[in-house]
Design a protein around this ligand. Structure first.
Ligand code: ZN
Length: 399
């Protein structure tokens, strides 16, 4: 099938005007981008005025959470019920135009969901999935995580997670906003513990994401060798320099504090107090990181209070509002995100890649809002949400 006369942003930073995209609905793969001569009997759709972009890749989501004011209810939910919630949130995410995610883990459910999405049993984005986030006893996320103390337990916990199918390791380098009694500003683990976590994960061939708000915790995590830092709320100059020097990717999750602050009337007192304190600093940290050249990858923290699944594209607007170039932001939430989280052959529109893409009206780099409401969502060459191609749908079938 060929989409013709369309603008293509390929997820690597290339832009094609009046171009063609050929994909094979059978294999689910992209065959050509730029020019494509038609073959006999091949349907061709004219999409003039529209843009094709890769499906978004969100490097930080929580399918077990649905934007509740407090995670307290989720703690007592059975695995069976929580799995249905996960499946519902995965479907919403896919239908909004997100075709790849890194799922940050809840008990051992995400890896099971990932397997069933992969098989086509339930609709959802392609997933890099984790099991339980590793945290100190009583630390951030302990309700759904794996509590550890001491380097030996750290290694054991990493081995356990990998044994159960985790495709990466996440640990909580500082306290968090949504866990009562934990301090987002203080480092949680000792250096020895963090070294053990990262060393063991890399020995097992998986990457490491560190949840970290305070500068001291970010620095400790980076020095331990983590691959991505999540949130990075209080970054100072020395920490930013270290992120650049060590080539560590920052996943800023700007959506998370925004939604708590915007819903001040309904947020829990503790979450709000912590968030008010951090929101302005978070935006300043992000802007300074962009300015200094820290590599950014898009992630929303979807599922956290009032941060609903399916609104993921809003993160791009925040990234641009606080200092990123729109095309850089798009690459950060498509091609680069996929690469960093280890999702192969998606996030880019190149021959051989999965045909995971969105059709939007106009030019999304002029108006990022179009990405929040794509006309069509295609995953693996198949329309999974929005309008079909042709009569009554998107594009005109050409003779
Ligand atoms: Zn998170």
């Amino acid at each position: 099938m060929i989409l013709r006369d369309v603008r293509v942003l390929d997820g690597t930073g290339e832009r094609f005007e009046d171009a063609s995209l050929r994909f094979d609905p059978g294999s689910g793969r992209v065959e050509a981008v730029g020019d494509a001569d038609s073959r006999d009997d091949e349907p061709i759709y004219d999409l003039s005025g529209k843009t094709v972009v890769p499906g978004l890749v969100d490097a930080h989501v929580h399918f077990s959470l649905s934007g509740e004011a407090s995670v307290a209810d989720v703690v007592t939910t059975s695995d069976a019920e929580l799995m249905l919630t996960e499946a519902k949130n995965a479907r919403k995410t896919l239908e909004s135009g997100v075709t790849g995610v890194r799922a940050m883990g809840a008990r051992d459910l995400d890896v099971v969901l990932a397997e069933h999405v992969e098989r086509g049993d339930v609709p959802g984005p392609r997933m890099a999935a984790n099991c339980r986030s590793i945290t100190i006893t009583g630390g951030h996320g302990h309700h759904l995580g794996r509590e550890v103390d001491g380097p030996t337990e750290c290694r054991k916990a990493v081995r356990e997670q990998v044994k159960r199918g985790a495709q990466f390791i996440k640990f909580m380098a500082t306290g968090g906003v949504t866990t009562p009694g934990t301090d987002p500003n203080s480092p949680a683990f000792t250096d020895e513990e963090m070294d053990a976590l990262v060393d063991e994960a890399h020995r097992r061939g998986v990457h490491v994401a560190a949840h970290a708000h305070g500068a001291e915790g970010v620095q400790a995590a980076v020095e331990a060798g983590v691959d991505t830092v999540e949130h990075g709320t209080f970054l100072d100059e020395a920490t930013i320099d270290l992120l650049v020097a060590e080539d560590v990717v920052l996943v800023p999750t700007l959506s998370a504090p925004y939604h708590i602050v915007r819903n001040a009337d309904h947020a829990t007192d503790e979450a709000l107090e912590k968030t008010n304190d951090v929101y302005e600093r978070h935006l300043d940290s992000f802007a300074a990181a962009v300015e200094a050249g820290v590599e950014i990858v898009g992630g929303t923290d979807a599922g956290t209070p009032f941060n609903y699944h399916g609104a993921n594209a809003t993160e791009l607007s925040f990234m641009v509002e606080y200092g990123m170039d729109p095309h850089d932001a798009l690459v950060a939430m498509t091609g680069r995100a996929a690469e960093v989280i280890g999702l192969d052959e998606t996030g880019v529109l190149e021959p051989g890649a999965f045909a995971d893409f969105l059709v939007v009206e106009g030019d999304p780099l002029e108006d990022l809002g179009t990405l929040r409401d794509p006309e069509t969502v295609v995953k693996g060459g198949e329309v999974v949400a929005g309008e079909a191609f042709g009569v009554g749908g998107v594009g005109e079938l050409s003779e």
